[in-house]
Ligand binder design. Structure first.
Ligand code: XLS
Ligand code: MG
Length: 363
């Protein structure tokens, strides 16, 4: 083995042994849902958001992901005082439950002012609404002592290409990012890329687009990405490579681990349920990079199957976490020396058989 290869093995082993710290898991209240889809209403009774927070710790979760109106329902119709009181209430609840707010995301896709997108809408009044709502979201995050907001650019795209001037749209997105960075000197922005749905084409489809915006911004150190497995798959990309790209730029703020069966609607399946090997590789890349050691969460953006009954339905969260932890064991018990030998010999046939047998629990 040459010197460089030897160093690589040593580096890798160091990072493996130091990753024995347990992972911290998070999800958002929307991940406990009632089974509705675009073709049918709820299949389960409503379980109130306020009651969901008591479920986190027993399920093995510590982080809460919020939309702004998960923290403050009816946000648009409340006065600043009413908003502050509600934020204080939620902050106290989080402390009492032993929970950490991971991020707050402005929900910029339901209101009538967001029919045509928010920051990239063709209507100036809509863009004003989006900016006001974003400021409220930042204030809510700061009120909860939460260090990041997530921008999932839901309707920032088009159904038909001629509808918007795409270069102007990119300028508007970058302008908003810079406005956020100027409005608050500490908050981080984590951009969650997604290539489509609800729009036909989105302006920030991949982590590469998000990281380009980060570097172009006025404070690149405070702009990162949040990678959702299903969104990468929908873009025709491998989630583990997307994660590796972000990690190499020190720009992976968080993850939304889940799964997706092909280029269909956004399915939010349980982590590892459609492609176990892809899930293994996501865990491998996260482990090898020491992801989590600076407090980053393993977020699970998963949705319960519509036919599942129970009250509340939470098995999809428990099971996705369990699959993740089993895959951590698989990564840690992989024979790294052997893998390195296969790499050096470029014997990828033997490597593939080893990996598949390892995943199947065979020797
Ligand atoms: C939608 C996104 C969304 C974000 C949070 O596809 O995954 O749920 O994670 O707004
Ligand atoms: Mg998501």
């Amino acid at each position: 083995m040459n010197e460089v290869a030897c160093d690589q093995v040593i580096d890798y082993q160091c990072s493996m042994s130091s990753t024995s710290a347990p992972y911290r898991f998070s999800f958002g209240p929307w991940n406990i849902s009632e089974g509705e889809d675009p073709f049918g209403g709820p299949t389960r009774s409503k379980f109130l958001d306020e009651q969901k927070y008591a479920l986190y710790r027993p399920l093995g979760f510590e982080g809460v992901q919020f939309h702004d109106d998960d923290v403050v329902p009816d946000l648009d119709s409340l006065s600043p005082d009413q908003v502050s009181r509600k934020v204080a209430e939620v902050k106290e609840m989080l402390t009492n439950q032993g929970l950490t707010p991971e991020f707050v995301a402005p929900r910029l896709w339901f209101a009538s002012q967001t029919h045509d997108g928010a920051y990239t809408s063709n209507l100036a009044a809509d863009r004003c609404y989006a900016w006001d709502r974003t400021k409220k979201c930042i204030d809510i995050a700061r009120g909860l002592d939460c260090k990041a907001i997530v921008l999932w650019f839901a309707r920032e795209g088009t159904y038909i290409r001629e509808a918007k001037d795409a270069r102007l749209a990119y300028r508007r997105l970058l302008g908003t990012i810079n406005d956020i960075l100027a409005y608050d000197q500490e908050i981080e922005i984590w951009i969650e890329p997604k290539p489509n749905e609800p729009t036909d084409q989105a302006y920030v489809p991949t982590i590469g687009h998000a990281i380009a915006l980060a570097y172009a911004s006025s404070s690149p150190g405070r702009v990162k990405g949040l990678i959702e497995s299903a969104h990468a798959i929908l873009a025709g990309l491998d989630p583990s490579d997307e994660m590796a790209f972000a990690l190499e730029h020190d720009k992976l703020g968080s993850v939304h681990l889940n799964d997706q069966n092909g280029l269909k609607y956004d399915q939010d399946k349980n982590f590892g349920s459609a492609n176990l090997r892809s899930a293994f590789n996501q865990v491998r890349v996260l482990e090898e990079s020491g992801y989590g050691q600076r407090g980053e969460f393993i977020g699970l953006d998963v949705k319960a199957i519509r036919t599942q009954s129970g009250y509340p339905v939470t098995d999809h969260l428990k099971n996705s976490r369990e699959i993740f932890l089993h895959l951590v064991d698989k990564v840690r018990s992989m024979d790294q020396t052997l893998v390195e030998q296969f790499r050096n010999a470029r014997d990828y046939e033997a490597m593939e058989l080893y990996i598949i047998k390892h995943l199947m629990g065979l020797r």
